[in-house]
Design a protein around this ligand. Structure first.
Ligand SMILES: Cc1ncc(C[n+]2csc(CCOP(=O)(O)OP(=O)(O)O)c2C)c(N)n1
Length: 341
């Protein structure tokens, strides 16, 4: 018993020097960003239920620590970010205006794609956000192209390429890996392993479930990260980005995360037990984790409440803006189909 206790104490002590650290200001920023995503998504879910959002709507609730931690290494407007259809959180992190994102979700002309793209097809070159892609895995090939463009121009930019555990089984992912490593492209592949691809768990769909090792036959290193811990995400991404900016080439980061909602708003998520979801919510919630760190950093209740109130107001304003923005005119159906080059 004494030996076990001593071992435990030694392990705890050994962990401290390497434990990710953050200042109170950093933690407050992470809290604000994550709460913004969560409240925004909750409102989007409500608007969907009211019939104000058409088509598909895939919420990011539960995965907030990933996009927020990654964003810490992004040079806004210089680096490139690309993802799939579960994209609202990434856009908000990239710095897109919540009003524009909400207006796009509701199909209004104030939206980032003038109300014609909707949830899955938003784009904003000013912040370096290259979409929002509905074809599973397509963003990996496109994102590798973005990394190639930066490398070719020699501009020191990095491409942050997000995809899911389901997309990780796509053929084009491996064609992309091959070229990325061959040309040492500054591509950071961020696999958001939320454990389900629609209703199929990773164990049922994947012959190997260690996704951080998926680049090994190409010589691409990888790392598994606790995607519910924003500090772990921030630090792992910072290391991979430093390496990429120094010409070290691509890197795979497997973020172990979890989505609380169904695949999309139309999915009742009957393929997993309620207890499984509750357990993650109670023990690994990324926002609760930062709240606990904030308590250790002696943040006051008032500081946290002020952020909650600020976020509430931002989201309310976004909803109001979206509702007041008109729908696009039917004549707009034929515009913006192609970009004049
Ligand atoms: C090429 C292609 N095949 C199938 C689909 C249908 N589909 C949409 S989402 C999805 C699951 C993808 O899961 P994952 O990559 O794990 O991402 P997550 O939804 O968990 O974020 C599938 C099969 C599609 N959109 N594109």
């Amino acid at each position: 018993m004494a030996r076990a206790a001593a071992q435990k104490a030694a392990q705890k002590a050994a962990k401290i020097p390497n434990a990710p650290q953050a200042s109170k200001e950093d933690l407050l920023r992470f809290y604000r960003e994550m709460v913004l995503i969560r409240r925004f998504e909750e409102r989007a879910g409500q608007l969907y239920g009211m019939g104000l959002i058409g088509g598909f709507c895939h919420l990011y609730i539960g995965q907030e620590a990933v996009a927020v931690g990654v964003q810490e290494s992004v040079r806004q407007g210089h680096d490139k970010i690309i993802t799939g259809y579960r994209d609202h959180g990434h856009m908000l992190c990239a710095g897109m205006d919540p009003k524009e994102v909400m207006a796009e979700l509701t199909g209004r002309i104030g939206g980032s794609s003038k109300g014609k793209g909707g949830s899955m097809h938003m784009f904003d070159t000013a912040t370096g956000f290259y979409g929002g892609h509905g074809i599973v895995g397509a963003q990996v090939a496109l994102g590798t192209g973005l990394a190639f463009a930066g490398h070719y121009r020699g501009d020191d930019s990095v491409a942050f390429i997000y995809f899911g555990d389901g997309a990780a089984n796509q053929g084009q992912v491996y064609e992309s890996f091959n070229m990325a490593q061959l040309w040492k492209l500054p591509a950071i592949y961020i696999i958001e392993n939320n454990q389900y691809a629609m209703g199929t768990s990773i164990e049922r769909s994947s012959s190997t479930t260690e996704l951080s090792e998926r680049g090994s036959s190409f010589g691409i290193p990888g790392e598994q990260v606790d995607g519910m811990d924003v500090l772990a995400v921030r630090d792992a991404v910072a290391r991979a980005v430093k390496r990429a900016r120094e010409g070290g080439g691509p890197f795979i980061l497997e973020m172990k995360t979890y989505r609380y909602r169904g695949h999309s708003m139309s999915d009742p998520a009957k393929y997993r037990a309620k207890e499984e979801v509750d357990e993650v919510k109670q023990t690994r919630d990324p926002i609760d984790h930062v709240k606990a760190l904030l308590a250790e950093a002696k943040a006051t209740e008032d500081e946290i409440k002020a952020i909650d109130a600020e976020v509430k107001a931002i989201v309310a304003e976004a909803v109001q803006f979206a509702q007041e923005s008109p729908e696009p005119d039917p004549s707009e159906l034929y515009t913006d189909v192609y970009v004049e080059a």
